[in-house]
Design a protein around this ligand. Structure first.
Ligand code: G3P
Ligand code: MG
Length: 382
């Protein structure tokens, strides 16, 4: 296989009442005084640790509440570090705040596709396509990509590109919005002559058959379905999870499974092997980036304190990664090394009695609540 992971560094339906919805600056101006500034931070995986589908698990709302003071101010810098996605970080933050009953900032949400921002310079004004559940094109256009289309929309401009579409009993979001918004029918550029310069798998694809067909068309033709063979445009995956924990009792096939399916088909119909770049955990880049975000989160508080001496730039002693997937969360934290400390929960992909054999975590617990309890006890004893 020629797919590779990247190693680059850059940077309401309330179930529980929101604790507070203060201005971000006020929230962080209250984040610990100079003397009690946090020397540790936490990265929470979402699926299988904090949520199953849309349901909080493992005592996650109570656990998260312990990271805030009585006034609602954040006491411990933490982020969500998920390979999932499909909606912009700002929207995910609102959704998580609603589900978990604490105030979450967009900057506290790092999704698999968040790293696609690092590709903006290269593709800002190029025709690109994005696929996956949710609103992949909206995600990319919020990052600044100006000529991005969802695969749903792109496919709709090529008659008969999906030979089994008439047997499909569903309507895509694109088709419904087309009816209510006729002015937006055709993009301002020429879809039938412009070549696609890159394809992005932003989140778990919905219609695997159609997506495999259209991606094979784009990738084997050099970016223009129906054209002769051409050089494969770059293909980017937000993550490569083979399986993940959703609402169903056993694991579900993830983006990694889709990648294998696409690759197997492409390599059978095309002379050159599929080339792709994979982002997301366990890539060490993601953990470096998470560390930088956690530092920023802490220093936006420190900025509000004059003469604090270190301006929040001192390194963390420990960063905790709480995850449910040994091959993704634990492997990633271990590869990232100091200051990462990995905690494996039994609420998702991993259900073992003991530690995982290949990627043993630094600590195995039943739930995220237990993990947070361990961290707070350990840190207060330091
Ligand atoms: O699609 C979601 C999945 O791949 C993993 O999400 O939160 O367990 O990293 P998470
Ligand atoms: Mg998970």
């Amino acid at each position: 296989m020629r797919c590779r992971a990247v190693f680059r560094v850059s940077q309401s339906r309330n179930r529980a009442p929101l604790l507070l919805q203060p201005q971000a600056s006020r929230l962080y101006s209250q984040l610990q005084s100079k003397h009690e500034r946090s020397t540790f931070g936490i990265a929470f995986d979402i699926d299988g640790v904090v949520l199953r589908g849309r349901v909080p698990i493992g005592g996650s709302p109570q656990a998260l509440r312990r990271l805030y003071g009585e006034s609602g101010a954040l006491k411990v810098p933490f982020i969500f570090l998920t390979n999932g996605g499909g909606i912009p970080e700002s929207r995910r933050a609102i959704e998580l705040s609603d589900l978990l009953g604490v105030y979450i900032l967009p900057s506290q949400v790092v999704q698999g596709h968040s790293s696609f921002k690092t590709l903006l310079k290269r593709y800002e004004n190029e025709l690109t396509i994005a696929t996956g559940k949710g609103e992949p094109d909206l995600v990319m256009s919020e990052y600044g990509f100006k000529k991005v289309l969802s695969l749903d929309e792109y496919a709709s401009y090529f008659e008969n590109i999906d030979p089994v579409s008439q047997y499909k009993m569903w309507t895509t979001k694109w088709e419904s919005s087309k009816c209510s918004c006729p002015k937006n029918l055709v993009p301002s550029f020429n879809i039938t002559s412009d070549r696609v310069k890159a394809a992005f798998v932003v989140s778990d694809p919905v219609d695997w058959g159609r997506d495999i067909q259209v991606l094979c068309d784009i990738l084997s033709s050099g970016g223009l379905p129906g054209d002769e063979n051409g050089q494969q445009p770059p293909l980017y995956f937000a993550a490569d999870d083979l399986e993940y924990q959703a609402a169903f009792p056993s694991e579900r096939l993830g983006m990694g499974a889709f990648r294998i399916a696409l690759e197997s088909v492409f390599n059978r119909i095309h002379c050159n092997a599929l080339d792709c770049v994979i982002f997301g955990k366990p890539n060490p880049f993601v953990f470096k980036n998470a560390e930088a975000i956690l530092r920023q989160l802490r220093s936006s508080c420190d900025d509000n304190y004059i003469n604090n001496g270190n301006n929040g730039s001192h390194p963390f002693k420990t960063l905790y990664m709480i995850g449910d997937n040994p091959l993704v969360d634990i492997k990633g934290a271990k590869q990232a090394g100091h200051p990462w400390f990995s905690i494996l929960t039994r609420t998702g992909v991993f259900r073992g009695k003991d530690n995982h054999a290949e990627f043993p975590a630094d600590l195995v617990v039943d739930t995220v609540e237990e993990a947070v309890d361990y961290i707070l006890k350990k840190e207060s004893a330091c």
